[in-house]
Design a protein around this ligand. Structure first.
Ligand SMILES: [Cu+2]
Length: 156
């Protein structure tokens, strides 16, 4: 009984901490320059872009280790993707996306669902060891088609 209560408390505090972590990571859609906010927090790393079947995905990694550690959280990076219809140049805001991370140990993570947040999709992730990371992103966006994008990053 007591254990359950403690677990509930832990879950509640987790739920309460999520918005704080998001705010610390960057501003989501509150201003048109949301990404400039992000640049003030740690290092912004561009991972390039890739076009698949009429959609361009642009990936950015934001080093948030210091801000997260200050809040007692273990996440080291905010990974975000911006999708654009190549035909119209329009930013895709709706749809679902999931991420898999393969780390230097060559083990692929379970899918992490990405949250749509003011023009981009993102997640706070842990890159715990130096080495090469492969990010595989599966999407189902505006037209209901599935697409897969791949990015990589070497953590030094
Ligand atoms: Cu984000």
């Amino acid at each position: 009984m007591k254990t359950n209560y403690l677990l509930l408390l832990a879950l509640l505090s987790l739920a309460l901490m999520t918005p704080a972590s998001m705010a610390a990571t960057h501003e989501h859609g509150a201003t048109p320059g949301g990404h400039e906010m992000a640049m003030e927090q740690g290092q912004m790393i561009m991972l390039g872009d890739q076009v698949v079947d009429g959609v361009k995905a642009e990936a950015q990694l934001n080093d948030v280790k210091t801000a997260m550690a200050r809040m007692g959280m273990q996440e080291t990076h905010h990974l975000m993707f911006q999708f654009q219809e190549t035909g119209t140049g329009k930013t895709v805001e709706k749809g679902t996306a999931a991420l898999k991370i393969k780390g230097p140990d060559n083990v692929e993570s379970a899918p992490i669902s990405l949250m749509g947040m003011g023009g981009h999709f993102g997640a706070d992730i842990v890159l715990g060891a130096v080495g090469l990371y492969k990010f595989t992103i599966g999407t189902r966006l505006m037209d209901g088609k599935t697409r897969q994008f791949e990015f990589s990053y070497e953590l030094k």
